[in-house]
Design a protein around this ligand. Structure first.
Ligand SMILES: [Zn+2]
Length: 213
């Protein structure tokens, strides 16, 4: 087919609508306009068909050498960091993409030592619990154990956030990101993943507190 095109006269009967076309860079994975973090291909086409939306799926991240945690210079030695361009996906898209691309890895969680330090640029920030902590759960007047309210601040509150405790899906929040939960006594990990694939993990320990005699 390409050989056949080569035989055609270089100018002549086919006119491309050049006014509308630009040589633009497209993300080779998502097909959106490329950002500096995307593997890009050049393509002569109309910008309008992409709606001018830059790729949201490639992000530049810094990780530990084994790529298991995201870190930054304020909480991790810079010379040990890896600088990577990571292909991220919202959870539902990730679910389908993974079945076709088993080699794909979700973006690593933020290193426990870096949670506060990255909060300036972090999309999500936990209001409670803010750090690995022991949460004392008192008894209510009726003898039942009280619940604990976990709360998150999101840069774009309308973004949907999916809550997990110990890798078990608990529920989703939108706009007002708070959850009243009743985890069992012991150690837990809270994992929050938003619709854009941003991820936040926080360890905590639940301890039931008997009433003073
Ligand atoms: Zn991209």
């Amino acid at each position: 087919m390409f050989d056949a095109f080569a035989l055609l006269p270089p100018t002549g009967w086919w006119q491309s609508p050049l006014d509308d076309l630009e040589n633009i860079k497209i993300c080779s994975v998502s097909g959106d306009l490329s950002t500096p973090n995307c593997p890009a291909i050049s393509s002569l086409e109309s910008k309008s068909i992409h709606g001018g939306i830059p790729c949201r799926y490639h992000k530049k991240i810094h990780t530990t050498p084994d790529q298991s945690y995201q870190v930054d210079a304020s909480c991790y030695p810079q010379e040990d960091m890896q600088h990577l361009k990571w292909f991220t996906l919202p959870p539902r898209m990730a679910y389908y993409y993974r079945s076709e691309h088993p080699e794909w890895k979700p973006i690593p969680p933020i290193h426990p030592n870096c949670q506060q330090l990255t909060s300036n640029q972090a999309v999500m920030r936990l209001i409670y619990p803010q750090a690995p902590r022991r949460i004392l759960v008192p008894r209510n007047m009726d003898g039942s154990w009280s619940r604990t309210v976990f709360e998150l601040a999101h840069q774009r509150p309308a973004t949907k956030v999916y809550w997990h405790i110990d890798d078990r899906f608990i529920g989703a929040t939108e706009t007002f990101h708070a959850m009243e939960l009743f985890p069992e006594p012991g150690d837990h990990v809270l994992t929050l993943v938003d619709a854009d694939g941003n991820r936040l993990t926080q360890k905590f320990t639940i301890q039931q507190q008997e009433l003073e005699e």
